[in-house]
Structure formats: structure tokens, C-alpha cells
Design a protein around this ligand. Structure first.
Ligand code: ZN
Ligand code: ZN
Length: 229
């Protein structure tokens, strides 16, 4: 230990690049400026659209949505993408705290009241590999910040699904069909539920989970994530 450490206390470093930052900050200015925040989103899936459109082309065509709306903070690019990878594959569990803050800010802007949070489950195999479920980590932090309770173990993952990134959009929906099971929970009847994930891509996963929640009596279902892409 450096003899001056006691004078300066703990060092605060950027969650992305490890540069020194001030106490109370999480990202350095440079990394923060490289997050591509979604300013104008599709009112259904949360994908960035131009300011004259309310919906993206895919949502304009699609009917019968199981969820009300997906809300994401940033596009899956640059520093946002790097943070997602560090949380998911780099063991940097604390990044979930940062994501929860950003999601909470967004949720307040949207003025949506949520009764319960839940999260996208992972298979036991993935859980063993990573040591944690990143979606659950975000949900737990979000719950602490917002005081919205988390429903633990609302879902079971019953099918080991193929890696979504290798599949086409259509196949992603098929891949997720029957992948989960929702346990009965009387509390959720008529309530507004938010499903938390780190990244929302095609909405295949959240569509499937929303369907199960509604079958179990949930009123409205939203999906919240840090990234869309
Ligand atoms: Zn940085
Ligand atoms: Zn859309």
C-alpha cells in the first residue's frame, strides 16, 4: 500500500476505461460522450427511429403485440456495447448498477408506474458459467433505486435455446417459443409488470415472456433494457 493512500482515500475509476474520475461519477466524460443514447424511439419496440416516425418499419407491419412497449436507453454501439460485454462476459457485475440508474431515469421520463419488476431468466448452464444472471443484477439494483419490488423466480427456462445472435429475426421468435414457463403468482393479477434485460434485439424473448405473464393474469407488461440493438 502506498503510504499516501490514506490521504487520498479510494480511487474512483471509470466503469468502462478505468481512467480516474471524481467521487460519485461512474464514467469519464470521454466514455459518457461515446454512448449513443436513443433520443427518438419506436413506440412499440424502442428501436431508434427518425423524429418524424412513431413506429419502426417492423412494428408498423406486425400485429398482436403481447407487451405494451419496450424502452431502452442506448443503441448497442461503442461504449454502451463495451459495457454490455463487460457485464455479460467480463465478470464486471457492478456495471449492472450503472444500467439500473440509466433505466430508472428513462422510466421516470416515460412516466410509467410499474407494480413489479422481473427479469429474463438464463439457463442453469449459463448461470454456472457466468456466476450471475446480468438481467437479475440490473433488476435488483433497479428495485433498490426505485422501491419497486422484484418478483424472483417468476419464470423458469425450460429449453436450452440456441444463441440468438446466430439466428435470423424469424428464427429468433421460433427459438424462444416454448423456452420458458411462468409460475403462478396471484400478486401479478391485473398488475403492471416490467421485464428487465441488458439488451433487447428482436423482442422475441420479451414477447414470449409477456405472453406467459398475461396468461397468468398480468395487466400490462413493459420491457426495459439498457441497450437496443
Ligand atoms: Zn472512461
Ligand atoms: Zn419498433
Amino acid at each position: 500500500m502506498d503510504k499516501f493512500d490514506f490521504l487520498f482515500g479510494e480511487n474512483f475509476t471509470c466503469y468502462n476505461c478505468d481512467d480516474e474520475i471524481l467521487e460519485g461519477e461512474y464514467l469519464c466524460k470521454d466514455c459518457y460522450s461515446k454512448i449513443n443514447f436513443i433520443a427518438h424511439a419506436c413506440k412499440r419496440c424502442g428501436e431508434q427511429v427518425n423524429e418524424y416516425s412513431s413506429y419502426c418499419d417492423k412494428c408498423k407491419e406486425r400485429k398482436n403485440f403481447c407487451f405494451e412497449k419496450c424502452i431502452s436507453v442506448a443503441n448497442l454501439q461503442g461504449v454502451a456495447r463495451s459495457l454490455v460485454y463487460k457485464l455479460k462476459f467480463g465478470g464486471k457485475r457492478y456495471i449492472a448498477y450503472l444500467f439500473a440508474h440509466f433505466i430508472w431515469e428513462k422510466l421516470r421520463q416515460e412516466k410509467i408506474d410499474i407494480d413489479y419488476l422481473c427479469y429474463v431468466p438464463v439457463s442453469l448452464k449459463r448461470l454456472k458459467e457466468r456466476g450471475y444472471n446480468q438481467a437479475r443484477e440490473i433488476a435488483l439494483h433497479l428495485s433498490k433505486i426505485s422501491n419497486i419490488p422484484v418478483k424472483e423466480n417468476l419464470f423458469l427456462k425450460i429449453k436450452d435455446t440456441a444463441d440468438q445472435t446466430t439466428l435470423t429475426r424469424e428464427d429468433r421468435f421460433k427459438n424462444m417459443s416454448g423456452a420458458f414457463f411462468a409460475l403462478e403468482d396471484k400478486d401479478i393479477k391485473g398488475k403492471t409488470i416490467a421485464i428487465i434485460d441488458d439488451v433487447i434485439t428482436t423482442t422475441a424473448t420479451v414477447s414470449e415472456l409477456s405472453k406467459l405473464l398475461k396468461r397468468r393474469g398480468a395487466g400490462k407488461v413493459y420491457a426495459l433494457s439498457f441497450c437496443h440493438g
